[in-house]
Design a binder for this molecule. Structure first.
Ligand SMILES: Cc1ncc(COP(=O)(O)O)c(C=O)c1O
Length: 380
């Protein structure tokens, strides 16, 4: 027999579980503070769709034809589960990274692999350190795992590795470094990264989130997989969402020691990386030359916008990613409104700054227009 909510609020076990007269829906279980977590990207979409979508660090290039063909071919068998573990793609990624396939784990976007890492290595009471501000999913994922988020303030636009190292204690299970950092765009130097990894206790996992690594200038670029060879406690995260332009397909991966990959294999939900996603990523690996050309163009456009903003005296960071960061502080909302008026959607972090994805040439020209206009207003 079904019980009405009124029945459930009555006596007995059900009555003990709910305050009288209030509990008519399931409550989030497990973590006591789940409703205290900020949701991801909770800002509302604009009421009028904007012409340029520069708020999510997506790739603005049209998809490459062979990639679309591979997706179409895979779409012909939606009745079949994808492989439980995409071994063929893992093999290719291992070859690209110069590691063994048993060092690679693929997930439905790098954020899914990050979630598996946190769930696998941090539980209630464990601390996870990360710079702040950084990728907004970090505190959500850590909190949802019941672990304790430990944000360490940036120095200016940069992650403060010295302060993060000092914060490591007996309860620290994981440290996340975002290189380059989202949303400020700055990259950590190879020397700093090597020193930080060497100083971390061996039982503490270091996650190096390299979602934007393809956009880092060659002279300061660091390949985190270098650390895998010397450290058993490092996991590098990579994605097909940015340089490869496959954000909608959801493919990301970790490169790490086999013991860490083994934990990921245990906590991951089965069959989350679909056939079309696997096919798209695999086909995209064949398009290396075209993707490199797109990345070069994005970098060129980014650097031109940074130079423009600097020349105008605007507070722009030295971004090494596919976006700009302007630390407008309390003016962030006003600048965002100006962008919206020019039909440009950007990501506003109220009182902190504004992140603008490098888009098409047309979109970037529109951004340049707003920067010029805004600097003109400030001058008056
Ligand atoms: C720093 C960083 N890491 C990870 C991700 C997640 O990327 P995906 O899950 O699409 O691979 C993003 C997405 O914007 C990001 O900015």
């Amino acid at each position: 027999m079904m019980h009405s909510p009124a029945d459930a609020d009555g006596a007995g076990a059900a009555g003990d579980r709910h305050e009288s007269g209030t509990a008519t829906r399931p409550r989030p279980g497990g973590m006591p503070n789940i409703l205290a977590l900020d949701g991801y990207g909770t800002s509302r979409p604009p009421e009028v769709p904007l012409r340029y979508r520069l708020s999510s660090n997506e790739n603005s290039y049209p998809p490459l034809h062979p990639v679309v063909e591979a997706i179409s071919a895979a779409a012909a068998s939606p009745n079949l589960y994808p492989p439980l573990v995409p071994f063929a793609l893992a093999g290719r990624l291992a070859a690209v990274s110069g590691v063994d396939p048993k060092n690679v784990w693929i997930g439905a976007g790098s954020v899914a692999v990050l979630e598996q890492l946190i769930r696998g290595f941090a539980g209630p009471g464990d601390e996870v350190i990360f710079g702040w501000r950084s990728y907004e999913a970090y505190p959500i994922i850590i909190g949802a795992a019941g672990a304790v988020p430990v944000p360490v303030p940036l120095i200016g636009h940069d992650q403060d590795l010295a302060a993060m190292a000092r914060r490591v204690g007996s309860r620290t299970r994981v440290v996340i470094l975002c290189n380059p950092n989202n949303p400020t765009g700055t990259a950590l130097s190879p020397v700093m990264l090597r020193t930080f990894a060497a100083g971390l206790p061996a039982d503490c996992l270091l996650i190096l989130d390299e979602a934007y690594r393809e956009f880092v200038p060659a002279q300061s670029a660091f390949d985190g997989t270098e650390l895998i060879r010397s450290h058993a406690n490092v996991a590098v995260l990579r994605t097909f969402s940015k340089a490869h332009g496959l954000a909608g397909m959801r493919v990301g991966y970790a490169v790490s020691a086999p013991a860490i990959i083994d934990v990921l294999a245990r906590v991951a939900l089965p069959f989350t990386v679909g056939r079309m996603a696997i096919a798209a990523a695999s086909a995209s690996l064949d398009q290396h030359t075209e993707i490199q050309a797109q990345v070069r163009e994005t970098v060129r456009e980014r650097d031109a916008l940074i130079q423009l903003a600097r020349g105008l005296g605007l507070p722009v960071s030295a971004s090494a990613a596919n976006f700009l960061w302007l630390s407008f502080g309390s003016d962030s909302g006003a600048f965002t409104d100006r962008c919206a008026a020019a039909s440009i959607g950007v990501r506003c972090f109220p009182l902190e700054g504004v992140r603008i994805t490098v888009g098409s040439a047309q979109a970037n020209a529109a951004v340049a227009g707003v920067l010029n206009e805004y600097a003109g207003v400030l001058d008056r």
